[in-house]
Design a protein around this ligand. Structure first.
Ligand code: GUN
Length: 289
């Protein structure tokens, strides 16, 4: 079994981006990070994005509207960022609290600044295999991580567990694309799938993105499979100062010995997402120059 280190691969990408940004003339790329409310996981993710941006030489603008912001006010804030020539990328941290309509907010972001890749147009471009748009960061990070770990999906059975807009659907589309590294035979499983273990056991590459701690158990994995664990779940742990620890969607200790390659949590897909966000922001900047 070989660990696929997202930490190491992300660090390589960040170093590559840092060198690229250093060659830019004029102003630095700028990423607007919008976080509504104080969800603890979102606070930590936005902090990490801000820190990584600074490391690369990307300016970040942190906008923290209160939980009481209305849909209209939030959309007006997005419009202002869309119209601001000094902003290249806009990210609205998900999930939004309360009754805010997340999909409407994602669609409000100008497609040219949608570095999260959640806009209808960018998701559609993945289906059309048009690389001029932005692929969402976690799926793009998974593809990059597979490529840099010499895992070619061609002809392989790729089983995705989870059908979210952020991960499940776009990773299925990327794995399916007719291009180098992809060409997978893709199955998407979800909460209504009958006999899910019978399907996951067929996976040459299993991508777990359901957001349930330790959902994928030993009996659900074919020996020799490559396992990508997208889950970042907080579970109570009194031995930790924080009172919690992070675990994936895969029961790592039981599953890892069976696999040929597996990603850990933390230090797997998570850091790749942030690296790809920076890659998309740099791309948005270059396209706007
Ligand atoms: N919440 C979990 N993952 C993501 C992501 O990639 N982007 C945003 N905006 N919110 C998230």
């Amino acid at each position: 079994m070989e660990l696929i280190s997202g930490n190491e691969i992300a660090a390589t990408i960040i170093a590559e981006l840092k060198s690229e940004v250093a060659t830019f003339k004029g102003r630095a790329p700028c990423l607007a990070l919008v976080r509504v409310g104080d969800d603890p996981a979102s606070v930590s993710y936005v902090k990490k994005k801000e820190k990584t941006a600074a490391e690369i030489g990307v300016t970040s603008r942190i906008i923290l509207p209160p939980e009481t912001i209305t849909q209209t006010e939030l959309e007006a804030l997005i419009d202002d960022l869309n119209n601001d020539a000094g902003v290249d990328g806009i990210l609205v941290q998900s999930p939004l609290p309360g009754d805010l309509n997340e999909l409407a907010v994602f669609r409000r972001v100008s497609p040219e600044k949608d570095v999260d890749g959640f806009h209808t147009l960018n998701l559609g471009k993945i289906a059309q295999e048009d690389d001029t748009g932005f692929a969402s960061c976690t799926p793009a990070g998974i593809m990059e991580m597979l490529a840099r770990s010499d895992v070619d999906l061609r002809g392989k059975h790729v089983v995705v567990v989870g059908r979210s807009l952020i991960v499940g659907k776009p990773i299925a589309l990327l794995a399916l694309q007719k291009k180098a590294g992809a060409n997978g035979t893709v199955t998407i499983c979800h909460s209504a799938t009958n006999d899910l273990p019978a399907i996951t056991r067929q996976a040459d590459v299993l991508i777990a993105a359901i957001g349930r701690p330790h959902f994928v158990t030993k009996d659900m994995v074919k020996p020799g499979a490559v396992v990508i664990d997208v889950g970042i779940n907080r579970i109570p742990d009194e031995t930790r100062k924080s009172g919690y620890r992070l675990v994936g969607d895969v029961d790592f200790d039981a599953v890892a010995p069976l696999t040929s390659k597996i990603t850990p949590v933390p230090g797997g897909v998570g850091p790749m997402t942030v690296a790809m966000l920076m890659k998309n922001t740099t791309k948005a900047y270059c396209l706007s120059q």
